[in-house]
Design a protein around this ligand. Structure first.
Ligand code: FAD
Length: 451
């Protein structure tokens, strides 16, 4: 192959990237690109942006890490800006590129973009592989039961579906850099381009944002993975995973998985090695169990496509919820009548992260106590979460709203019981100022018409 371009998407790493390795070995010249889509920063998704400041900062860290690694190899990362399929087609046509490498992705828009490129550049050799999942598409045979997570997990365990092995290292010599200017004009350098978007957030006056708890990039991801499995935290995971706070209570691997700083196969490998060295128990099993939840949602989204985002989802009837602007705004701000919900939402707004239990509690509250359409909650999470993942986020929201594939039809968490179980002394509520409650609606009985 003469000239190849590798398009990084949700696989921001150099290791455990079979496709990248193959292209590095077979191409004479190569370039590496990432596309920033300016529409991410516009409130187009149920009034919210597709990316908030916390995830943007994490993404910038990941891109810097990747760029530095490429610089060390005599290359660099081109940051393109605009509609992804148009940008990539422009690069392909302008530079006579023969081959494009891009990871297979489960998101509908992402698949559309690749389809458009194939259509617009018919002679281009587009190569793709699965490297953001545990399994290969071949293992996801037609008879894989997808109607519930339990059936999926049981099938995987019974048939011993193999997790794809990680790859050891890349080629020793790298192809030459494509020296021409890849695009017509690149007036801004790498840092300037990232900073111009960071500035937009600052101008939006996001005062509550705290310094990042997570630091993005492949190096930080591998360090964190190593640190986590160097302690005995994994041995207690099942007992601690539902805690509302605490760094070691769960693995905190999700942000790295979401941007592909880490491959799930590498986590699986660390988990198995840890079990071999320290012994298996219910907790170590449960980490694998949760990774299977992630895996399940990835393949489910691929199967269900746009149905994954629809109000009714897979249910027989539409939910009895609607859009109440005031309630939704209060929920987003953490100013509801429910201290525990307020604390979780304030934690989310300040850090970009809340525990799985916290997510379940606030999602259930939005749908069941506030009767708001679940899609607004999912879109708000998409903006705020540092670990936003299209399949895990929309899949979990559907599940809680009772329009997913859950055979039990939705989840309603009793807020008093949850408070007694997970914050009996009120420490978590106090820490995040959740006790400042506000009535659900500003309209009081006096405003109702006399019939
Ligand atoms: P751990 O408890 O340590 O779990 C290990 C890994 O397993 C996680 O990193 C994650 O990859 C996977 N996992 C755990 N629980 C789930 C789950 N319920 N569904 C899918 N995968 C899971 N997770 C995301 O990664 N991105 C999202 O956008 C996201 N949105 C969510 C929205 C709602 C309403 C709910 C209820 C859950 C959501 N989750 C999401 C799942 C889960 O809350 C997070 O993956 C988890 O809290 C991340 O913390 P951790 O890495 O410490 O998880």
């Amino acid at each position: 192959m003469n000239k190849a371009v590798y398009w990084f998407t949700q696989d921001l790493r150099l290791s455990d990237n079979k496709l990248l390795n193959a292209l590095l070995g077979s191409s004479k010249h190569m370039a590496f690109v990432y596309v920033i889509d300016p529409t991410w920063f516009e409130p187009r998704n149920y009034q919210h942006k597709s990316i908030g400041l916390q995830r943007w900062l994490f993404l910038c860290q990941s891109l810097r890490d990747l760029n530095q690694q490429l610089i060390n190899k005599g290359h660099h990362l081109w940051l393109l800006e605009g509609d992804p399929s148009e940008q990539i087609q422009n690069v392909i046509q302008r530079n006579n590129i023969d081959c494009l490498g891009v990871a297979n992705q489960v998101g509908w828009y992402e698949q559309q973009a690749v389809r458009k490129i194939r259509h617009g550049c018919p002679s281009l050799d587009v190569q793709s592989q699965w490297h953001t999942t545990l399994f290969n598409e071949d293992s996801m045979m037609d008879d894989m039961p997808m109607s519930s997570f339990s059936r999926f997990r049981q099938y995987v365990e019974k048939h011993d579906i193999p997790v794809v092995e990680t790859i050891k290292c890349g080629p020793i010599s790298w192809p030459a850099i494509i020296t021409d200017s890849l695009v017509d004009q690149i007036p801004l350098n790498f840092e300037q381009r990232l900073n111009q978007y960071t500035q937009r957030f600052k101008f939006n006056n996001n005062k509550e944002v705290q310094a990042n708890t997570f630091f993005g990039g492949e190096h930080n991801a591998i360090r964190h993975l190593h640190d986590y499995f160097s302690t005995d935290a994994a041995m207690r995971y099942k007992q601690t995973r539902n805690a509302l706070d605490g760094w070691a209570s769960s693995t905190k691997l999700s942000p790295y998985l979401a941007l592909g700083n880490l491959c799930p196969r590498k986590i699986w490998q660390y988990l198995k090695r840890y079990e071999a060295q320290n012994g298996k128990n219910e907790s170590t099993y449960w980490i694998g169990f949760e990774l299977l939840w992630r895996e399940y949602f990835q393949w489910l989204l691929l199967q269900k496509s746009r149905q994954f985002f629809m109000f009714q989802g897979h249910a027989n009837e539409k939910p009895l919820t609607s859009y109440y602007s005031e309630r939704f705004t209060k929920w987003c701000q953490g100013s509801t009548p429910y201290p525990l919900v307020n604390a979780c939402m304030r934690q989310l707004n300040a850090t970009g992260y809340i525990s799985n239990r916290g997510r379940q509690i606030v999602a259930s509250c939005l749908v069941n106590e506030l009767s708001v359409d679940w899609r607004f909650g999912a879109a708000y999470f998409q903006q705020q979460l540092i670990d936003y993942d299209v399949a895990s986020n929309w899949g979990n929201w559907q599940y809680i709203a009772g329009v997913g594939v859950d055979p039990r039809g939705g989840r309603h968490f009793n807020l008093n019981t949850q408070t007694q179980m997970y914050d009996p002394n009120g420490d978590f509520v106090k820490k995040w100022g959740g006790q400042n409650t506000v009535p659900i609606d500003s309209v009081d009985a006096a405003d109702w018409p006399i019939l």
